[in-house]
Design a protein around this ligand. Structure first.
Ligand SMILES: Nc1ncnc2c1ncn2[C@@H]1O[C@H](COP(=O)(O)OP(=O)(O)OP(=O)(O)O)[C@@H](O)[C@H]1O
Ligand SMILES: [Mg+2]
Length: 236
């Protein structure tokens, strides 16, 4: 089994002196290719900081991060952007779609940076939108879509470059329970097709649908391999 994500002794410090915050304080974590994993823990415990490092949106202050066996911790911006575009997809709580573009155009965008042949972009974007059940909404702009539909466009955009890992930071945080389930069903399906999925959530009912739960507290991983059943004890 490939260790697709390997964090070794990761520290992240914000600020300095009196305002210094140790957001991550010696994090070690291994996620295997094909896992469906959720990250939980109190507010401020370092979940988003860890996700941003895993997603190559930020660098650790210290430590090693191996993504698919490549040490990316100290890569320069250009190489980091390249590897992010090639291997990772990211979904956020706020969908971050460009309002002036249609669903199709939003999903085509990552392929511009990935140097995909222009003729192929439209086909692949449409294919990704069909995968998330939006075949009838290709030409709608974000304001013409519901929250759940906008998040599905964001998921299509995240998978269009065929990433190895899909990262999601509270992807259902802005959704009602019915659309939350729609999004989770898409994640389950993507995971079944082989994509590694890592998702931050505050909701036990969401975490329960993943295979493994990692628990953060005070910038550290305090439980690295909880099962959905273990959540009953923690909640109690
Ligand atoms: N850019 C930043 N500058 C300074 N401090 C930061 C920055 N980003 C995060 N922090 C601090 O780092 C710590 C971890 O923050 P982080 O956003 O990772 O927490 P979280 O677990 O995602 O919380 P939440 O559940 O509220 O989203 C917090 O104390 C936070 O205030
Ligand atoms: Mg967060």
């Amino acid at each position: 089994m490939t260790k697709i994500i390997r964090l070794e002794n990761i520290f992240k410090v914000y600020g300095s002196g009196e305002t210094e915050v140790k957001a991550l304080n010696d994090v070690n974590l291994i996620i295997d290719e094909g896992e469906y994993c959720s990250i939980m823990g109190p507010s401020g415990s370092g979940k988003s900081t860890a996700m941003n490092i895993i997603g190559c949106l930020d660098r650790p202050s210290d430590g090693h991060y191996y993504l698919d066996n490549i040490d990316v911790a100290q890569m320069n911006d250009k190489d980091l952007a390249h590897i992010r575009n090639k291997k990772l997809g990211f979904v956020f709580q706020q969908f971050h779609l460009l309002p002036q573009l249609t669903a199709l155009e939003n999903v085509m965008l990552p392929m511009v940076y990935a140097n995909i042949d222009p003729a192929e972009r439209r086909d692949r974007a449409a294919e990704a939108l069909i995968k998330v059940g939006l075949e009838k909404r290709l030409n709608n702009k974000p304001t013409q879509l519901s929250g759940g539909q906008q998040q599905r466009v964001a998921i299509a955009r995240a998978i269009v470059n065929r990433p190895v890992v899909l990262l999601a930071d509270e992807p259902t945080g802005a959704l009602d329970s019915r659309t939350t389930q729609e999004v989770l069903d898409i994640f389950t399906e993507l995971n079944s097709s082989g994509i590694t999925v890592v998702m931050v959530t505050h909701e036990v009912e969401v975490a329960r649908q993943t295979g493994r739960i990692v628990w953060f507290r005070d910038g550290q991983v305090v439980h690295s391999n909880l099962t959905p059943a273990d959540l009953n004890h923690l909640a109690a």
